[in-house]
Design a protein around this ligand. Sequence first.
Ligand code: C2R
Length: 186
Amino acid sequence: MSAPRVLILMGSDSDWEVMSEAKKALDDLGVASEVHVSSAHRTPERTGRLAREAAGRGIQVIVCGAGAAAHLAGVCAAETELPVLGVPLAASDLKGLDALLATAQMPAGVPVGTLAIGKAGARNAGLLAGRIVARTDPQVADKIRAQRKRMAEEVEAKDAALQGKLGGQSRTSDAPRSGAGEPTKG
Ligand code: C2R
C-alpha cells in the first residue's frame, strides 16, 4: 500500500461506523488514508502531534470526525497548515447540531471546511479530500471524472425507470420541459 495522503482522525471509536464512509470514498478513488482515534479533549498531546507531524509525512489533507462538543477539527487546524475538513457527528441528545456549530463556527484565521452531519458529510469529506489530492494527481482526477459520469448515468436511469412507471414518454433531453412528466407532490 502506498503512503497515506489523507489522515482521518475520530474523537472516539464510536465514530467509526459513520467515519468509515470517508475512508470508503477515498478507497474508491485509490487515495491511501490512515485512520486514528485521537481526541483533542482526552488525548490533547497525541492529537497535536498527529496534526503537527502530518505534512512532514506526506499527508495532504486531514479529515476529522467528532460528535458533541467537537473541538477536534479546530484544534487540528490550529496545529497545521494543511487543509482540515470537519465532519460533525450525532453523538448526543442534540443529534449533531452541537458538533456542527462547534466545527463550523471557527474564529477567523483558523479555517475548518465543515461538511454535513453524519454519513453524507463523512462521504463528502472523503470525496472533497480526494478532489484536493486530485489537483496534483491526474489518476485521481480521472477516477473522479468517471465517478461523476457514473452518478449522472444512474440518475438518468432512475428517471427513465420513473417515466416508465408513470407511463410517460421517455425523454432524451437533460432538461425536462416544466410541468408535464415530473413527479407530482403530495
Ligand atoms: P464516546 O463514545 O467515546 O463517549 O465519545 C467523539 O467524537 C464522540 O462522538 C462520544 C463523542 O465524543 C466525541 N469527542 C470529541 C472529542 N473527543 C471526543 N468531540 C474532541 O476532542 O473534540
